[in-house]
Design a protein around this ligand. Structure first.
Ligand SMILES: *[C@@H]1O[C@H](CO)[C@@H](O)[C@H](O)[C@H]1NC(C)=O
Ligand SMILES: *[C@@H]1O[C@H](CO)[C@@H](O)[C@H](O)[C@H]1NC(C)=O
Length: 502
């Protein structure tokens, strides 16, 4: 039986490569940096209130010319007397990042103050649309057009005088990774055309399908930046767990000197130098274990043998569609959902038995967990797990950041799984804002529970934090990988480079 995700990833990426070499058109599929271990080369300034009394110049490590370029640009700006307000080109820098996810596209635009060796986030804006680019597989022009409201929002945010040096990038995540390479190519081509019609700077690698590990490591940077942890010892940094539709990412800083297995994939370990610290960040993206993809894996075996599924509540019968597949789904006529059997089914599909080569340190599906210690203890859990928690009442609906215990998920599961489907329709009609998700409410809560408990070893009575938005400088900001991506781009490209003056 074919599983969604990891197993066919290999084939797909081989196809990408073939398509790329054979195609006459310029390719926009850039596999980002699997070989790079030293990752970002940039400067981050922490919010002042988090660092009372500490100088904020203790930031990064960068390429040699980096320092020079930023310095030079600033000096030029000064010489031209443009430093006041937003006019100083060396002083303010913006970056626009579009996150093209499997269920929707989101734009984030950031405004930083660039001062000497530091970048300080001043302001940001955000807008989201649905559906995602992958739902335009057969109409790439529409895919491109769908981004217009997002780009308009960004354009309104960026000051006119730095528009041309403001980079725009679009990173597609799991949804697009699962389409046919030719479809992906056409969509990205159209996207590129639309980006180029705006006054922003579109660099060569501006549009791509992003590696899941990059997504995870950018999320780590974003979260720790907003939490004020950059510069603190690894033990005090946050671990991130980000459940998307197609994949789930985990990233945290390893303890200093922690041994890593020889077999570890190159891109599972990144060195991030920021705030005077060199963090060794472990990251893994489990493709096929995002919420929507995982459902398909949990459902398929029961479709194949035409049996009632232990995660479906009594009285449900229907179909489940994910990307290009669909299966029939039904509840067990007599028993309805059974929490223990549902957990067993989920655990079976997560391949807990598969060895990762390091005894006692395997998460699931044959993957090294990163071990314990370091920054693995303070978990910040985002995306779908937060939506689920809100919608089944683990946390209040309007909550944007809240500490919880995993046992509360189990309690919620016991409640929803015991209901008839008709009762679920009555009480949880809003679940994930989409009728097509409602039938899977019991499965989803239990998947979140198993994933965190057995997958990422969070004990039932250990507190962790659900986060949709961070509170940063009195403003709510999205818990998303985009800030990390923006910082990475600004760190890699000086203003002069962006403007082609180098
Ligand atoms: C569901 O999948 C079958 C093949 O397994 C296909 O023939 C059918 O068109 C699909 N239906 C929908 C609505 O996608
Ligand atoms: C609901 O989900 C389906 C399938 O994932 C998607 O095609 C549809 O656009 C979604 N509808 C809304 C209103 O989000």
């Amino acid at each position: 039986m074919r599983r969604v995700g990891a197993r066919n990833k290999q084939t797909r990426s081989v196809n990408f490569m073939k398509g790329t070499t054979a195609g006459k058109k310029k390719s926009y599929i850039v596999v980002l940096i699997p070989c790079v271990v030293i990752f970002f080369i940039f400067l981050l300034a922490q919010r002042p209130e988090a660092q009372a009394g500490t100088p904020v110049t203790n930031f990064v490590q960068h390429r040699e010319q980096q320092e020079g370029v930023l310095g030079k640009t600033r000096a030029e700006a000064n010489a031209q007397g443009t430093e006041s307000g937003l006019a100083g080109r060396g002083k303010y820098r913006c970056a626009v990042v579009i996150d093209a996810g499997s269920t929707g596209s989101r734009v984030h635009a950031f405004k930083f103050e660039a001062s000497g060796e530091e970048l300080t986030l001043l302001d940001s804006t955000f807008k989201a649309i649905e559906p995602g680019l992958s739902s335009f597989a057969s109409e790439p022009v529409q895919a491109g057009k769908s981004l217009v409201p997002l780009l308009d929002k960004a354009k309104a945010f960026v000051p006119d005088d730095i528009m041309q040096e403001t980079t725009v990038e679009l990173r597609a995540t799991a949804g697009l990774r699962m389409l046919e390479p030719s479809e992906v190519q056409s969509i990205l081509q159209e996207v590129h055309t639309v980006l180029a019609s705006y006054p922003f700077k579109v660099l060569d690698d501006a549009v791509s399908v992003m590696d899941g590990a990059d997504e995870g490591v950018f999320m780590w940077v974003t979260s720790n930046y907003y939490l004020g942890n950059i510069g603190k010892p690894a033990e005090m940094t946050a671990s991130v767990i980000d459940l998307g539709g197609g994949s789930v990412q985990r990233a945290f800083a390893l303890a200093e000197g922690q041994p890593t297995p020889d077999t570890l994939a190159d891109d599972s370990l990144r060195t991030i130098t920021a705030g005077g610290q060199a963090y060794k960040v472990y990251v893994h993206s489990y493709l096929g274990f995002g919420l929507k993809a995982a459902r398909m894996n949990f459902l398929k075996p029961f479709d194949a043998v035409d049996e009632g599924h232990p995660c479906m509540t009594r009285g449900y019968e229907g179909r489940y569609h994910y990307v290009d597949e669909n299966v029939s789904v039904k509840a067990d006529e007599n028993d309805g959902a059974d929490v223990d059997k549902c957990i067993a089914t989920i655990e079976r599909e997560m391949n807990f038995e598969e060895d990762c080569g390091v005894e006692g340190q395997c998460s699931f599906d044959g993957v090294w967990s990163g071990g314990s210690g370091g920054g693995s203890e303070r978990n910040y859990v985002s995306s779908y797990i937060v939506d689920i928690a809100r919608d089944v009442g683990v946390i209040p609906r309007q909550s944007t950041q809240q500490a919880v215990l995993l046992d509360e998920f189990r309690g919620a599961a016991d409640k929803v799984c015991g209901l008839e489907y008709a009762a679920i329709q009555q009480s949880y009609g809003h679940y994930l804002n989409n009728d097509t998700d409602l039938p899977f409410i019991c499965m989803d809560v239990l998947y979140a529970y198993v994933l965190l408990k057995r997958g990422f070893q969070i004990n039932g009575d250990k507190e962790f934090t659900l986060v949709k938005q961070f509170d940063y400088k009195g403003k709510k900001v999205e818990a998303a990988w985009s800030l990390g991506a923006a910082i990475n781009t600004l760190g890699k490209h000086s203003v002069a480079e962006v403007l082609g003056q180098e």
